[in-house]
Design a protein. Structure first.
Length: 227
């Protein structure tokens, strides 16, 4: 058997209604002002308002940045950084799918260390921990809440680049099934297939280990029997 190592550095909360734990997590991190990064689609569905209400009811200020687009651009990240600085936020909540989380991760880097987002392109260029970040997925496909990468589109180069570092891994992830139970059947099916393919990729990867095989096998079993 070949050598391998792994780490699970996150604090992950799973359960129906677990979204209500958000204020507790924010207070643990001494955060009195949240930048909520999401999109107008979730705003129209009332999901953004639901999160804002929970945060504000706990006496924590909340500013929302909702101009996230699919395949988010450098400009999108820069605008989020500007909003973070102007409102005086002390933490970030990423709500949605992969795009809001990609923007949130890159925003967390720039508000902590400055510079341009392209300065951190590639492997392990983030020098240390970013601001506290809580990821709240509303889909079950991308898995961005548990990955150490942020994918941003550089329109000048017509190129999607990645920032890859364990420093940008969300410190917390809240996985509340209530947030995805009302998704349209087509969306639920697409997310299920996406997640299944991720598990399959891990299982056949040349870098697979007994640990990743166990996770991948169970994921494929659950997804295959429920999709």
């Amino acid at each position: 058997m070949k050598d391998f190592n792994f780490k699970v550095p996150q604090d992950i909360h799973f359960g129906v209604g677990s979204l209500k734990k958000l204020p507790e997590i924010l207070k643990e991190n001494q955060s009195d002002h949240v930048l909520l990064i999401s999109d107008h689609g979730l705003e129209s569905l009332g999901v953004v308002a639901k999160v804002e209400k929970i945060v504000k009811a706990a006496g924590i200020a909340c500013t929302s940045f909702l101009d996230v687009v699919p395949n988010p651009t450098i400009e999108c990240v820069e605008n989020a950084v500007k909003t973070y600085k102007e409102c005086g936020a002390t933490s970030i909540v990423a709500l949605g799918g992969g795009s809001p989380m990609d923007v949130a991760k890159s925003t967390g880097v720039l508000v902590k260390f400055g510079g341009k987002v392209t300065d951190y392109e590639g492997l392990y260029k983030v020098p240390g921990p970013i601001v506290p970040m809580i990821a709240i997925p509303t889909t079950a496909g991308t898995g961005s809440e548990v990955t150490a990468s942020s994918v941003i589109t550089d329109e000048d180069r017509n190129y999607k680049f990645s920032i890859i570092s364990y420093e940008i891994l969300p410190k917390y992830a809240i996985l509340d099934p209530e947030l995805i139970m009302t998704a349209p059947a087509s969306v639920a099916a697409s997310c299920g297939v996406d997640a299944f393919i991720h598990a399959l990729e891990a299982y056949i990867s040349n870098f697979a280990t007994p640990f990743t095989d166990a996770m991948a096998e169970k994921a494929m079993e659950l997804i295959g029997s429920n999709i």
